[in-house]
Ligand binder design. Structure first.
Ligand SMILES: *Cc1c(COP(=O)(O)O)cnc(C)c1O
Length: 478
């Protein structure tokens, strides 16, 4: 569907424009004289537009964006929380923004990198960290390459990774990319890993280990986690923890204590960097002592003279990102952790869990909740039993009419018609109550006026897309 905002090039018109800038009174170089003929464009359609119209054009475009700063964003497994602006201010300090990674006098920045690694070590229980990976999925790949190298050095052929069906989609994708094949484990009726099947799968012998998210994408904390990691270890495997959404665990529970050997964190989810739309992220990897030599280069260590790079070694998986990773994201995480402190971070976890459970209890009165347990940072409803066969897509589209972003839909795949809701710790009770009110109204509309839902959204600039036509005949540009 064509947007009804014209392109900036369509807005120009002939004639003199009001100008707020005084006419230039210095001699200008005539570009036509110095540019070779073949580099000159005779026809350059720069629109003739007054300043005020340009400002209105771009401000109006910006108002069509939806973001965490606009309203509630309950997109499950994405931790779309509000990020304190003070961390933006810190990341923009000139000492950080004007430094070059090859500059000699960068001790302060190296200290920051090293100290953040230590803080993440405290939070996860891991002995060593790299801050280089540029996103969660990139961290997963790095973690798996470390696993691979670890077994190669030991002369063991381990070619498979166990991934439960409740895992984030990036887990099997990363395992495949690292050259492993995947054994999928079906969750049991409690949404947990079935121990007997895990034991059975491990018997295959060439299993490198398991990738697990705990709490998983159902928002459920697997209480048998220590048995799971023990079974994998007893059979010679390693345990990888997907800590993209660490909110509910901060200061409460550490992946190391659950028995994990490798963990990735998403600084852009849990630790205060706005994300979405493909902006820069950071997916640090933490490992236990035995795996530290495998971490990518360069790797920071503390010496008597200060922070320095460790000597090159033969087993490191090598370099995986230019310089030190996405430094701006790293600064924000550092500022966020220091500002909140141990108590503040624990409170983040408690409120993330409280908010999700508050919503769950309210919404399960009308909506179907397949796994009815105390949840962690998120929970999953489904469209089963909706009046008039209203679907998850209808609900998600209708939510947009109320100025709220839709939850994650049709994921995790183990729940047909899933609506995955993560309110995060930064929503107030008032905004949670508004969300409940909207969801209740939508349920009532499903009963009384389901056509309204099937044609939603009604208030957004772009209405419901024809998904079938879009798939068959994609029009990718104007
Ligand atoms: C978001 C997420 C990832 C992937 O992180 P990216 O930064 O998007 O690559 C992996 N696992 C879980 C559980 C996630 O929520």
């Amino acid at each position: 569907m064509k947007s009804n905002i014209p392109l900036i090039f369509e807005k120009g018109f002939d004639g003199e424009q009001q100008s707020f800038v005084p006419q230039m009174d210095v001699d200008m170089v005539d570009l036509n004289e110095i540019l070779p003929e073949n580099l000159q464009r005779k026809d350059l359609p720069i629109p003739n537009i007054p300043e005020v119209d340009i400002i209105r054009h771009f401000i109006n475009l910006s108002l069509r964006n939806y973001g965490v700063d606009t309203g509630i964003y309950p997109l499950g497994s994405c931790t779309m929380k509000y990020n304190p602006k003070v961390n933006e201010v810190v990341a923009k300090l000139p000492g950080f923004t004007f430094i070059h990674p090859l500059q000699e006098e960068s001790e302060g920045c190296l200290e920051l990198l090293y100290h953040l690694s230590k803080l993440l070590g405290e939070l996860t229980g891991m002995d060593g960290f790299t801050l280089q990976p540029a996103a969660g999925a990139h961290g997963e790949l790095v973690g798996l390459l470390i696993m691979k190298k670890y077994f190669e050095i030991k002369g063991l052929k381990k070619q498979k990774i166990i991934v439960p069906d409740s895992a984030h989609g990036t887990n099997p994708a990363s395992a495949k990319m690292a050259g492993f094949s995947i054994i999928e484990l079906k969750s049991n009726e409690h949404g947990e890993v079935p121990l007997d099947q895990l034991e059975f799968a491990m018997l295959e012998g060439d299993i490198a280990g398991i990738m697990l998210t705990n709490p998983n994408t159902l928002g459920i904390f697997d209480k048998q986690i220590k048995d799971i990691t023990r079974i994998v270890h007893d059979n010679g495997g390693l345990c990888y923890y997907d800590g993209a959404n660490l909110n509910p665990m901060l200061g409460i529970c550490r992946p190391r204590d659950m028995g994990f050997d490798i963990v990735h964190l998403n600084l852009h989810k849990t630790f205060s960097t706005p994300h979405g739309g493909g902006g820069p992220g950071s997916g640090p990897i933490g490992v236990v002592n035995e795996l530290i030599p495998f971490l990518p280069e360069p790797c920071l260590i503390s010496t008597k003279q200060g922070i320095a790079c460790r000597e090159k070694n033969d087993v490191s998986i090598g370099r995986i990102k230019a310089f030190w990773g996405n430094f701006g994201v790293i600064i924000r995480a550092y500022a966020y952790i220091l500002a909140l402190g141990a108590e503040g971070l624990k409170k983040v976890a408690q409120i993330a869990v409280l908010n999700a459970n508050y919503l769950k209890v309210q919404l399960q009165q009308k909506y179907y909740l397949p796994y009815n347990r105390v949840c962690q940072h998120e929970f999953v409803l489904s469209d089963q039993g909706m009046p008039n066969n209203v679907t998850t897509e209808d609900i998600a589209k209708r939510i947009l009419d109320f100025g709220i972003y839709a939850p994650t839909i049709y994921f995790p795949l183990i729940i047909p018609g899933a609506l995955m809701i993560e309110p995060t710790e930064t929503e107030s009770k008032q905004s949670l109550d508004y969300f409940v009110e909207v969801m209740n109204q939508i349920y009532d509309e499903a009963k009384s006026n389901s056509v309204l839902l099937r044609n939603a959204p009604h208030n957004t600039p772009v209405k419901r897309l024809d998904a079938v036509l879009a798939a068959r005949k994609p029009v990718l540009h104007d």
